[in-house]
Design a protein around this ligand. Structure first.
Ligand code: ADP
Length: 373
């Protein structure tokens, strides 16, 4: 049986004998009583000695128990304290609780079972309270760490962005000058620098978006726009850049949508570039748009490796990339779909993937039409 050690601070020896007798009779429990009879010795013992709980008499010579209680708590005493009060001290119970006692018991009502219950409850309550505090501290610390990490990433990303913007400006200037002198080989090299700095800009923009999402500052700039025109613009752009795949367009929405055109475009581009990146040999991609009275459904279907069922939710998590030797050569940070999901949810739509491994993948999103013209 586990032994519960009680530190009794009480200047009345009779109390000690009575408590000892009562506690010895409690069935199913084993108590050990350590005794101190003065304020100073009691305080010292409380702060330095090993025990599970402190029983403290209100009367302690020239001091009283509440003073000791306050001083012990002030010095960081963490164990439960139960105050023993006399008959004429009934109104000090609230004072005791306010000073940091966990419970009190009147000496007039001392009785084994009651004492046993009060001690057990005080110990268990203290444990639960300390556990709650520990969890809260942990939570605060991890939030603080998260905030610092976000701040750091955001600072690094801003620092990276400034020289990159200059680099891009100079490259474009160089390209214009060279177009006049017309050395095709050098022009080609410059346009490669330009393409690479565009990729770097896209990566940095993704990181910026993540810091905004995690910092709660991701915002939308909403207006009315034609969904079909947006799709058409993006398809033309992508088809110009990537000649390896034929983009087949099926269906139209025929709707004017209320939303952030640029952000929704970002999702469409993410779907399409992923379809090209992860199905490099497939040759074609099908882009579908459907609409009913309630919503538009847009999808991009590829004929690549597809995505296993158990990974279909995870790919929308930040920094998640499928560990597959065939996919490892594809560049990326695993942020595109996370940002896309944040955008679509922020635009009151749904986003998901339908796929069987080896059978290609179809990425879909919907946008509600309740706020459309
Ligand atoms: P990234 O492409 O930068 O890695 P994404 O968030 O866009 O980041 O995609 C997350 C992961 O989902 C990718 O790394 C890839 O493993 C998987 N994935 C995305 N699109 C496809 C697709 N069309 N076919 C197969 N896997 C895909």
């Amino acid at each position: 049986m586990q032994v519960t050690t009680i530190l009794l601070i009480d200047d009345d020896d009779e109390d000690r004998l009575l408590l000892q007798k009562l506690l010895a009779r409690v069935a199913g429990a084993h108590y050990q009583l350590i005794y101190e009879s003065s304020y100073d010795a009691g305080l010292r013992h409380a702060l330095e000695g090993e025990h599970d709980i402190c029983l403290l008499d209100y009367r302690l010579g020239t001091h009283n128990g509440i003073e000791l209680l306050k001083e012990a708590r002030r010095q960081g005493y963490m164990r439960p304290i139960v105050l023993l009060t006399g008959a004429e001290e009934s109104e000090i119970d609230i004072q005791a609780l306010q000073a940091g006692a966990d419970d009190y018991i009147s000496k007039n009502h001392l009785q084994g079972e009651l004492l046993h219950r009060i001690i057990r409850y005080a110990i268990e309550r203290k444990k639960a309270e300390q556990e709650r505090e520990r969890l809260l501290h942990e939570q605060i610390a991890s939030k603080e760490l998260e905030r610092k990490k976000n701040e750091f990433i955001s600072m690094v990303v801003h620092e990276l962005k400034t020289p990159l913007t200059s680099l891009k400006g100079f490259t474009q200037l160089l390209a214009r000058r060279l177009a006049k002198d017309c050395d095709p080989h050098i022009s080609q090299l410059v346009s490669r620098i330009d393409a690479q700095s565009n990729k770097l800009t896209a990566l940095i923009d993704d990181l910026l978006d993540v810091t905004r999402i995690e910092g709660g500052t991701f915002q939308f700039d909403e207006d009315f726009f034609s969904f079909d025109e947006l799709v058409e613009e993006i398809l033309q752009d992508i088809q110009l850049t990537y000649t390896s795949h034929t983009l087949l367009r099926e269906g139209k929405a025929g709707k004017i949508v209320w939303g952030d055109r640029k952000r929704i475009g970002q999702v469409i581009i993410n779907f399409l570039t992923n379809a090209i990146k992860y199905a490099p040999d497939a040759g074609k991609i099908i882009v579908r748009t459907e609409a009913n009275e309630q919503e538009i459904t847009f999808s991009v279907q590829d004929f690549g490796p597809g995505i296993a069922k158990e990974k279909q939710e995870q790919i929308f998590a930040p920094f998640y990339r499928i560990e597959d030797p065939a996919q490892r050569s594809a560049p990326g940070l695993g942020l595109g779909l996370f940002i896309s999901a944040e955008i679509i949810r922020g635009q009151r739509g749904r986003i998901w993937v339908e796929s069987d491994e080896g059978e290609g993948a179809t990425f879909l999103f919907t946008l509600p039409l309740s706020t459309t013209k």
